[in-house]
Design a protein around this ligand. Sequence first.
Ligand code: ADP
Ligand code: MG
Length: 385
Amino acid sequence: MIDQITAQHEKEYGERPTVITSAPGKIDLLGEHSEVGQGYVLSLAIDRRFYIAASHREDNSLRFFSANLNERKKSSIAGLKYKREDRWANYSKGVIDALIHMGFNIRGLNLTLFSEVPMGIGLASSSAMTVATVCAMKEFFNLDISDAQIIEAARSSESRFMNLHEGIRSPMVSFYAKADHLALLDIRSLKVEYPEFPREPVVLMVTDSRVTESMRDDEKAALEHSCQECINALDIGDSGLLFRDLSKDDLSSTVEGLSERSRRICLHIIKENVRIKDFRKALNDKRFSMAGRILFRSHESLRDLLEISCPELDWLAKRAVETEGVYGSRMIGSGYGGCTVTLIDSHLLKNYEERMEEYDRIFGFKASVFPVHPGEGARVHLTES
Ligand code: ADP
Ligand code: MG
């Protein structure tokens, strides 16, 4: 990859890069909607990465070349603002803008983007891109920047510059992840723990339903609103208790002042926090059947309580758990489409792949299936600046 991006950069700009960084895509195994309740999220970086190469310019202009898309965009330090027509380049522009806002001195440069992370299917290619970009800026301009600031700059590219409803968990995972380990995020303290993920005898498969994820930003905001509504209805705002300290008994029946929809959303989030603890223990004890059951229970909850699944994802998760050798499966990503993740006995992988061939016959398009293993977080491959 390093040779390839170096060659791409050289061909595009007529000079070799002096900095190359990369950051991984990621998936959440459990808890992707718990960020709003300041709960826990269990994620992993995947072993597919987003590479950025950078070289010097004499002026203050910014050149972006996406080798994947074979597209070019340009901007300048003085002219950094969100432009719809700049599409993908806005992610990089947003990072540079965030760093300038933080007081760092950034000048013109040439950037090449080259990624192995499939885009737009919930594997966080956008976070991989923003995190890799911040790391490239840090190396290129020798920035005295903290890890927390790196994550904030990556996040703010999407949340502030692009005005998307983007949380902190994806840049956190992409930056902090460790190979062969899951990343257990505490969204309140922003601390990460690293439960080990075995290389054998299980494997995680991502299956792309080919249905586009389509949760809207206002729906994401509604989840947040539900948590607040719950805190108000239970009147725990002043008690020092957090949303995540609630137990499912608090919400097992109707609560005055809390709409039924919000109660169900909150119940999902609370139960998901418990599932994360149980999953971690099951994995640690190598009780894979138990770990798999937890994943599928989470899928059922996403389907029935949060109501963000769709027929294709339900089919994928349900057929998966009926297949010999599969421990569990669930949808991942923000909702209504995207991928599932499936925990499988690595010796019986063939069964799963064969079973997924039926998808094409039923839905009329092929689900693509590929293994993922926990990969390492952001890293620097070359720095000559
Ligand atoms: P996800 O982060 O789940 O992959 P997003 O919609 O958040 O989906 O981000 C995908 C967007 O990120 C793409 O539409 C594109 O703008 C940008 N992107 C991802 N990979 C690349 C790439 N290799 N080159 C240019 N832009 C990319
Ligand atoms: Mg994204």
